[in-house]
Ligand binder design. Sequence first.
Ligand code: PEP
Ligand code: MN
Length: 315
Amino acid sequence: MKILFKGEKGKTEKELREIFKKAEIVSVSNDCFEIKKIKPGVIYNLIPKIENIKNVKKVVAENRELCPLAYKKNYYFKSPINTAEKFVIAGPCVIRDFAEFEKEVFELEKIGVDAVRAPLFKPRSSPYGWEGYGTQGIKKLKEIKKTAKKPFVGELLDYRLIEKTDEVFDIIQIGARNMKNYVLLKEIGMAKKPVLLKRQPKSSFKELLYSVEYLLKYGAKKIIICERGDNLSDGISSINIGIIKKIKNEIKIPVVSDLSHSAKDRKKINLFLNKTKEISDGFMIETSLNPDLSPTDTKQIISLKELKNLIEKIK
Ligand code: PEP
Ligand code: MN
């Protein structure tokens, strides 16, 4: 961490030494001190205090210092998805009908997807929106899971359902709206299950990093980051290429592009694949055996035939 200041050096150093009891304070130049060997939690909590010192102009803490776990190692993994090779997560926006979903799982496996979306719980922007089958669907999903060969990805909005859904969800999805739900992040971290974390629209790389750090600090070992664009429910297509590149350049955590929620229109899915094909480790795509019957995000859902064509381009 660097502290830029203006004024009398000795005075600033004295004040800094009072704050940093044991840390190593190095004088870098006439207007900069560097603090070494300081714990991330300590850094974060001390920043407001340092900024309050009269002569201090700026405190520069690197992301690596604030979120050391995220930078610590290579987090690519081989199971339940092999994230070292291009992978595809596909399935409905929400399970509409269990018989239909069972058939879809079988078809998706045949096409070669690596994991299946199995959404029982949908966060809805409107309180009048259908929220999926919820807990009532767990029993039926368990039945389907028995014969399924690929892992199921399911979003959880409520940490009290982690145990109840343990058998059905191999990967827990944290939706865009909940990227900053720190209670949920902690509890899902403690569950020690693989997590798919979606970036909240308009949130910065640093905010995303903090959420990743929460998961890691509380026990998660396997994380996939999902980029889904900066527009939530206004029908405007977007995907943040800059964020994907930053993730790839700075940390070693697999990143998937959600083609469906970013494109928001099935006609644009191919275009969004082209934009992200080289830089993403994987892709998330919403599909259905009957796209037009999908109760949610109908316009962006593609058929399995279309998915097959996409997979041929991806793999
Ligand atoms: C989803 O992927 O099911 C979803 C609800 O998307 P998002 O959280 O990105 O809006
Ligand atoms: Mn959707």
